[in-house]
Design a protein around this ligand. Sequence first.
Ligand code: 1CP
Length: 414
Amino acid sequence: MSGSPERADLHARQVSAPAHQGSAPARQPSAPARQAGARALRAGSADSDAAPAAAEPLLVRALRGEPVERVPVWFMRQAGRCLPEYRALRRSSTLLQICRAPELAAEVTAQPVRRLGVDAAILFSDITVPLAAVGVALEIVPGVGPVIERPIRSEADLARLRSLHAEADAPYLAEAVALAAASLEVPVIGFAGGPFTLASYLIEGGPSKTHALTRRMMYAQPELWLRLLDRLAQIAIASLTSQVQAGAAAVQVFESWAGALDPDTYRLLVLPATERIFDAIAGLGVPRIIFGVGTGELLTAMADTGAEAVGIDWHVPLSRARARLGPDVAVQGNLDPAACLAPWEALRPRVDAVLDGGGGRGHVFNLGHGVLPETDPQTLRRIVEHIHERSQRPAADAAPARPDAHPGREREDD
Ligand code: 1CP
């Protein structure tokens, strides 16, 4: 259960910031979930009533739009892409072997926290791991990505895709989260693939630039499509639930390729299954993030999933994303990953522009997509240090309202 003493205890151990008495966040998990969590936290603390309840991690408070002492930062794909210690490990193990060995997965999860000083870890796994766990024959081919042996293109193919029972099929997910959460002072983010993105791998049989077969199925066989999405939603719910129960303090749904769709199609044929995922985990009491690339026109629909935060890719200025999303949704992003390849003098103003666009509240600094493999980890570390320094504010100051506190901000209604 969400508010179980086990999970709350893991949270309590991650927390290092002092309690914060802020104004009520705009969006919160359900009251029963929070009360259960608070009860469990109190029950777990040694001097119960005397001690103030421990504050939640910086990342969690920022995702809920609460005032924060500084802007938290982490990077999508921070673990596997550019770190030499990960590459060394990959010489002796495949990606899937690492994902299925909790000690190794927890180690890789922790590597970027140690090397980069980020404010959150993301579980080391892949969006296709739960598919492999339900028996989809797939290989993660270096330099290519997930390749599916027998793509799903008919009713008969779909019949082969069974439900996920996380404890029996993929116990290593929860074990890796629990190990990482117990060893780290920063929160661990759990994740799952979004239904469109996973369906695309299953239908196309691997990475695709156009997602043409996928879109063809949506238009030509909407009933088959919806049944496929229903199954993928169940798999995501089971996987995310097990990760949160094991100690994940936030979750992200990577709907990376949804930008291939127009808003009406997304709303009609993808949003309902995505909403089911977000509804099913709402009671677990952790903030939920949804992210996709090229989704500027889908942002409001993506927020309609109920997500506390929406990840913004680098095509949309954060101020404009905010104008579209309104004040109740936090934003995460959105530095162009390629900017990290430029010298610091060129990179720094871009980092500052993202920080300014985020407005200091309800903002988690991140890239607009994953770290590029050729990125120098030193550059990422420098970005983290710069953000920590530049966004720091005294506790008393930590509560200016957003977004109206930024009169120069662009307001664009659409
Ligand atoms: O920080 C991390 O790297 C954490 C672990 C992680 C995550 C969050 C991996 C390991 N994959 C993912 C998510 C993931 N996987 C996404 C969503 C994020 C994004 O949009 O980048 C997607 C689309 C995938 C599918 C996938 N797996 C691809 C993309 C292929 C395509 O369609 O272009 C690739 C190349 C993989 C393989 C993979 N997954 C992870 C790693 C470290 C690797 C690559 C290399 C390896 O070590 O074999």
